[in-house]
Design a protein around this ligand. Sequence first.
Ligand SMILES: *Cc1c(COP(=O)(O)O)cnc(C)c1O
Length: 381
Amino acid sequence: MKEETKLIQNILSDPLTGSISTPIYQTSTYVQESPGVHKGFDYTRTNNPTRKILERLITDLEYGYGSLAFSSGLASVDAVLKLLECGDEIIAVNDIYGGTFRLLNLYKKLGLITKFVDTTNAEKAISVVSNNTKLFWLESPTNPTLKISDIEYISKESKKKNPKLLVVVDNTFASPAIQNPIKLGADIIIHSATKYLAGHSDVLAGLITVKDPDLYEKLKYIQNATGGVLSPIDCWLTIRGSQTLYLRVQKQSKNAFKVASFLEKKKDYCIDKVYYPGLQCHKNHLIAVKQQRYFGGVVSFSLKKDTIESAKKIVTSTKLFKLAESLGGTKSLICHPATMTHKSTPLDVRRNSGIQDSLIRLSLGIENVEDLIEDIDQALK
Ligand SMILES: *Cc1c(COP(=O)(O)O)cnc(C)c1O
């Protein structure tokens, strides 16, 4: 079966009643026949039938061995970091998601060492790998300047240098509709399902998918020990939202491409840079073509007049694009990273990762693109 078919058909009807929609098993515990004898479920922190269906769904989508669902994307990031011990080293993409940066900062106190590198320069990034490196943490595309790293090449070459190292890919910005990191050689995939997977801006959810059974058992232990599991109703919302993943991502990518092309044409007028992996002028365009099925639903751009004020004027002038953090929903959003998502990032770190004062990020929804372009056009004026 092709991926779109698999996604829909693998959500089986309920064997008990035939219910075509997945039942929400809103229960904390399960009746046992005799002590320790049960139907595979003893307590919802450990196992829940609705959660199990979601975990199977993402395992199939990402070509993994198994998956675990958490109460947020960051709870899943946290579980992966708990695989490490004091003194272990992480090599991470330098414009890593802000929340992951914050968490790595907390773990610094507990002895984890993180080295941030520009992973778009694969050779240089691999040269940093040592015997002590336990994780190689990638995001592609990154937020908000959409840098693309060569997942296949980095996975292969970094493991040649240190065979025990695990490659983690935070696949949130791409979603499984665009790329499948395990197929490209990664060991662990993270999703903030809050974004494209659930897709309707109505739930916080995190998912981990792993390549092998040993890793699955270790992370299952961590999840059960720490308890940040996704609730049954949020599992249901994520299953329900995921069913239209391919439709949404195709449309969002089409919309993004058209909006990026429109912004490109405004370069004579007020736009400075446009960031979109689908544009030939994007620095990592060729890797994106090789690695991705679509170019994604996020576009960023900066202004000739590079000030916070000029960006603020635009983000408060759009009518259809709503001013909000987050991405990947059905409704188009606009955001000003310097004063919103990256407000707590130190100025030099922000500038170094190319986030200008006037940088604006768009998350394209599924509306008609002509209306969206008209909305941006009037805001730019
Ligand atoms: C949003 C996001 C997260 C965190 O997910 P939450 O569900 O908000 O906890 C992690 N990584 C990336 C790339 C994200 O965009």
